[in-house]
Design a protein around this ligand. Structure first.
Ligand SMILES: Cc1cc2nc3c(=O)[nH]c(=O)nc-3n(C[C@H](O)[C@H](O)[C@H](O)COP(=O)(O)OP(=O)(O)OC[C@H]3O[C@@H](n4cnc5c(N)ncnc54)[C@H](O)[C@@H]3O)c2cc1C
Length: 379
């Protein structure tokens, strides 16, 4: 891209200001009970980022649970198995001008190995917190503070499953959550935040089969699936310089992470267990072998954030409050890398809100005006 354009690295839909999974225009009256199936019936849904896990899960759910949907438009980025896919590329390195104040080139490689160079008066990086840090480290840019790659956070999460005495017929249960222990445990001997508890997508037989021993009969899994109430518990991950993204000599990306702040998480789980009998559930959680009741392992990088933190002090942060690199005039990083702390709630809405905020700043900087154009979708 040339001239006044923006070169956007990383196909994060948030960064481009386009809502991701399931953009749908619909009106729901405040007096009607909220029903996803009713809201989507007859609608056309645009699904972007469909090669990603979340979009696939949403797509599967829509097809299965909302038969009345009019149509689903899927935007696909080619996979590595389709090297001719025109859209696929990997940003390798950013090159700065002689003064070091400006990115002059974005060098990308195509799956076949061909290199291409892109230019933009502004460069926006949104490759996700691990890959954005890696890109900056590879490029040797924006890191006078030394914080790039440091303070990797991913939340302290547990997926848990309890069994209700009554069948749980809910399909879309994930919208419910509570924050009674978010700021304070309520226990005088441990007056600290514990975190957030929300529902998790409903388990079904096939999900349970994945974690169950081979000999568990199908009818047992059906019973559990019918009565399962699924929870997702989140405790804040604290920013530690030693939890970090680094590059090996051969360019391999390494994520080093050590658990901290586990005590509040243990207490949060205990709080939930103690609540179960009051909620019409069996008092114990299902054993690990059959259902999920465990911490997400290191490779579960879903809530990755914090590796290119923003702040007001260039000595302790890589980005300023507009997510522009302190040291460069035209480099922005707008994915979850900018988080200086991780809170204890899911990150996507914060990332989207910030990307829109930075988008407004860029429009102002480019002296551009906004127009709203309705999205055209194929019939
Ligand atoms: C299974 C799962 C479930 C989740 N559930 C939730 C949830 O319920 N709620 C919630 O809030 N969050 C959830 N998340 C987290 C949420 O998806 C992320 O926080 C969010 O996607 C982060 O946005 P991002 O823009 O920082 O990065 P991403 O969405 O990861 O986008 C980065 C993009 O950059 C591309 N890229 C990477 N490197 C390069 C490169 N060198 N060159 C070019 N492109 C590159 C990647 O292919 C990707 O498309 C979930 C994540 C996962 C994996």
């Amino acid at each position: 891209m040339n001239g006044k354009g923006i070169a956007s690295v990383g196909s994060s839909s948030r960064a481009n200001g386009v809502n991701s999974v399931g953009s749908v225009a619909t009106r729901i009256s405040a007096n009607e009970p909220l029903s996803v199936a009713a809201a989507l019936a007859g609608q056309r849904v645009l699904n972007t980022g469909t090669t990603g896990f979340i979009a696939k899960a949403v797509l599967e759910k829509l097809v299965r649970d909302v038969p009345g949907i009019a149509s689903i438009v899927v935007l696909l980025r080619g996979s590595r198995a389709q090297p001719d896919a025109a859209q696929r590329f990997q940003a390798e390195v950013l090159r700065a001008s002689g003064s070091g104040r400006e990115i002059t080139k974005v060098v990308v490689t195509r799956p076949g190995g061909e290199e291409e160079t892109y230019r933009g008066s502004i460069v926006v990086v949104a490759c996700g917190a691990i890959n954005s840090a890696a890109l900056l480290l590879r490029s040797g840019l924006a890191n006078a503070s030394g914080v790039v790659g440091q303070h990797y956070m991913c939340h302290i999460n547990s997926a848990m499953l309890s069994i209700s005495k009554e069948p749980n017929a809910t399909r879309f249960q994930k919208t419910l959550g509570f924050n009674d222990y978010y700021y304070d445990s309520g226990d005088p001997e441990f007056p600290h935040p514990l975190g957030h508890i929300q529902m998790l997508a409903k388990s079904d037989r096939s999900i349970l089969r994945g974690g169950a021993p081979r000999l568990v009969p199908g009818f047992a899994l059906d019973y559990i699936a019918k009565h399962a109430v699924d929870f997702w518990l989140t405790t804040e991950d604290l920013p530690q310089p030693s939890n970090r993204v680094t590059l090996e000599r051969d360019g391999t990306i390494r994520v080093s992470y050590g658990n901290k702040n586990l005590e509040p998480h243990r207490r949060l789980i205990r709080k939930l267990k103690n609540l179960l009998p009051h909620l019409g559930m069996h008092p114990h959680l299902v054993p690990n072998e059959i259902a999920r009741d465990k911490r997400i392992p290191l490779e579960g990088v879903a809530h990755q954030c914090g590796t290119v933190r923003f702040g007001t002090d260039p000595r302790t942060s890589a980005l300023d409050v507009n997510c522009k690199a302190h040291e460069l005039d035209n480099l922005y990083v707008v994915d979850t890398s900018f988080f200086p702390s991780s809170s204890a709630v899911n990150p996507a809405l914060t990332a989207m809100a910030n990307a829109l905020r930075v988008g407004d700043h860029l429009l102002e900087r480019l002296d551009a005006t906004t127009t709203t154009t309705p999205l055209e979708m194929p019939a």
